[in-house]
Design a protein around this ligand. Structure first.
Ligand code: UDP
Length: 480
């Protein structure tokens, strides 16, 4: 990776994006300001930068996950006005926030002005911007880029199966699967096997009208991208990728994942806290060093999923009673409406030495640790893919968005985990933990996960599918 001096500029006032260096071409990259979207975009940025491209990150600054340019001096940073009303941000409703971001981009020229200013910088000090990489949820950016003659490449941070679901959204309505009826939740969606109605990326709480409009626009924009990059890999979602290629009508659909494996930053401890959110607690790695190989259950529900205080208590006792070592990520905002999560009385004493609770873990490092033998996850796509990459079997506890369909694939397609269904109850939790960590079914899942891990490794060997996809992407950007 180049060590071209950009630190001075980026730390100088936090991101004016001016990168005086000899790189011949620059890409603009615009992530959605949520952890599960920022991570893969920055990983892709690392890869592109490592291949000689200058990178300028366009970013929203009014959200919890605001990027700190000082932590990534190799990139330029440019703040973008988001226009999301404060009450929408305060509501924590992710879909409403994304809708507001896109509405603002469509309705105002502010984003186009930012792009135009960046394009205007091409000259001696700044390489020409060849294209805009945009999170596929920020489709409003595509129109502004098109108006300025700037090609857009979309990064989808979810699975290929999820994108097929988005493409199929009108059909899912027409054929009566959505909005979901309580009585039909177990009905198979025969057009999208192995999904059932309950796996479609929306709970009955979703505003289906708003989503229909939102996804129709996302699909429309997707057909105009210069290329579509997905954080998945060919051997994992062969049929799903083929379906996208058949349906989307753009020439270049590239599966470059798992991106965290391609990004050299993720092998560099200093780069691990490269983005944001709570400080990663590296002491839990030292604790893992003291544990028996394959014995620890890692428990995390990602950056957004929550539980109520009753559920927190059931999980705590389920973990404690299981007798199994565990590392549990309990975020400060895990229990909404409280002053912070409160673990039950007596829990600490009962799990002393065997259980560890942390507000935020270096997850990729944790999953790669020899002591970790299982992952209780909410099945955000990044967590799912990170677990796949490390051959770690899963207890799936999905909550919303694409998490249910990711869990379905873990269970019914890849056979590397199972879903913990119904209410969270300590005895059921204890049984699930023992099934994964000690039982023969868990062992079979671990074996299959180990096979998938080998496939991940081969994606990055010479001639591997993800490496070839990255090469193709670099050639494409160079041709723009
Ligand atoms: N993550 C982490 N430490 C934690 C929990 C999560 O670094 O303690 C990272 C995890 O490695 C993943 C991201 O946060 O890259 C979560 O993304 P995901 O798509 O799994 O879920 P989301 O947070 O978007 O629901």
């Amino acid at each position: 990776m180049s060590t071209t001096s950009t630190a001075q500029d980026a730390s100088n006032g936090g991101g004016n994006g001016r990168q005086p260096h000899a790189r011949a071409r620059r890409v603009l990259m615009f992530p959605l300001p949520f952890q599960g979207h920022i991570n893969p975009m920055l990983q892709l940025a690392d890869v592109l930068h490592g291949r000689g491209l200058a990178v300028t990150i366009l970013h929203y600054t009014g959200f919890r996950n605001t990027l700190d340019p000082a932590l990534r001096p190799e990139f330029g940073f440019v703040a973008v006005p988001d226009g999301v009303p404060a009450d929408v941000v305060a509501s924590g409703n992710v879909v409403s926030m994304i809708v507001a971001m896109n509405t603002t981009m469509e309705a105002s020229v502010a984003f186009r002005d930012v792009l135009a200013a960046e394009l205007g910088l091409a000259g001696e000090r700044m390489p020409r911007a060849a294209c805009l990489f945009v999170d596929s949820s920020l489709f409003g950016a595509q129109k502004a880029a098109e108006e300025l003659g700037l090609p857009t490449i979309a990064l989808r941070t979810g699975s290929a199966a999820c994108f097929n679901c988005i493409l199929a959204y009108p059909m899912l309505h027409q054929n009566g699967y959505l909005p979901p009826e309580e009585s039909q939740l177990d009905m198979p969606v025969k057009e999208l096997p192995p999904l059932r109605v309950r796996d479609l990326f929306l709970s009955s709480r979703a505003d289906h009208d708003m989503l229909s409009k939102f996804l129709a626009k996302a699909t429309h924009a997707a057909r105009s991208y210069s290329a579509l990059v997905l954080n998945t890999f060919e051997a994992l979602e062969t049929d799903e990728l083929e379906k996208i290629r058949d349906e989307i009508g753009i020439a270049m659909v590239l599966a470059t994942g798992p991106l965290h494996r391609l990004s050299s930053k993720t092998e560099d401890t200093a780069g691990r806290s490269s983005n944001v959110l709570p400080h990663e607690d590296h002491t839990c790695i030292e604790w893992l060093d003291t544990q028996i190989t394959g014995s620890v259950l890692y428990v995390s529900v990602g950056s957004l999923a929550c539980m109520d205080s009753g559920e927190l208590s059931e999980v705590a006792w389920g973990l404690a009673n299981s007798g199994q070592p565990f590392l549990w990520v309990v975020r400060q905002d895990l229990v909404p409406g409280s002053d912070g999560p409160c673990l039950p009385k007596g829990f600490d004493d009962m799990v002393m030495g065997r259980g560890r609770v942390t507000p935020w873990a270096p997850q990729q490092e944790v999953l790669a640790h020899r002591a970790v033998g299982g992952f209780w996850t909410h099945n955000g796509w990044n967590s799912t893919l990170e677990s796949v990459a490390e051959g770690c079997p899963m207890i799936c506890r999905p909550q919303f968005a694409d998490q249910m369909m990711n869990a379905r694939y873990v269970d019914a397609v890849w056979g590397i985990g199972f879903e913990l269904e119904g209410e969270l109850e300590r005895n059921k939790i204890g049984e699930a933990i023992l099934k994964l960590m000690k039982g023969s079914e868990g062992e079979a899942m671990r074996k299959r996960a180990g096979e998938l891990k080998k496939k991940v490794a081969s994606c990055f060997e010479s001639g591997g599918s993800s490496l070839l996809a990255i090469n193709e992407l670099i050639d494409h950007v160079s041709s723009l």
